[in-house]
Design a protein around this ligand. Structure first.
Ligand code: 5GP
Ligand code: ZN
Length: 113
């Protein structure tokens, strides 16, 4: 049993709007979209945060970026997009399962607040 909401989403215990799935990765729409396109890409392996990535995860993290590029293209983000990873409290992380926010479909402000 896990208390992690993203592990529950991967297991189908909590419903989600799936965008992509393979044996290592799951992608789904963010429930509180901050841009016209806002989805999350997560490893199926429960890794808590960037600070918990191990050397054995390096291939997985690399694959996630290759997939982000492919999914962004499939979602029509030809004009660009932003990838955000919030890490722990000061980074604004609220779900303790590593996730990559993909935001696009409008011009995004920089720097963030
Ligand atoms: P964080 O603040 O940890 O970087 O981002 C967590 C993200 O997960 C937030 O953007 C939030 O809207 C999203 N989120 C939280 N709970 C759920 C959920 O149950 N379903 C979906 N689809 N997104 C969620
Ligand atoms: Zn998890």
């Amino acid at each position: 049993m896990t208390d992690c909401i993203f592990c529950k989403i991967i297991d189908g215990e909590i419903p989600s709007k799936k965008i992509y799935e393979d044996e290592l990765i799951y992608a789904f729409e963010d429930i509180n979209a901050q841009a016209p396109v806002h989805f999350l890409v997560i490893p199926k392996k429960h890794i808590k945060s960037i600070d918990d990535i191990d050397t054995e995860d390096e291939n997985l993290i690399g694959k996630i970026f290759t997939k982000i590029k492919e999914i962004a293209k499939a979602e029509g983000l030809d004009n660009g997009y932003r990838v955000v990873i919030n890490c722990k409290d000061d980074g604004g992380q609220t779900v303790d399962h590593l996730h990559f926010h993909i935001l696009g479909g409008r011009s995004l402000n920089w720097p963030p607040g």
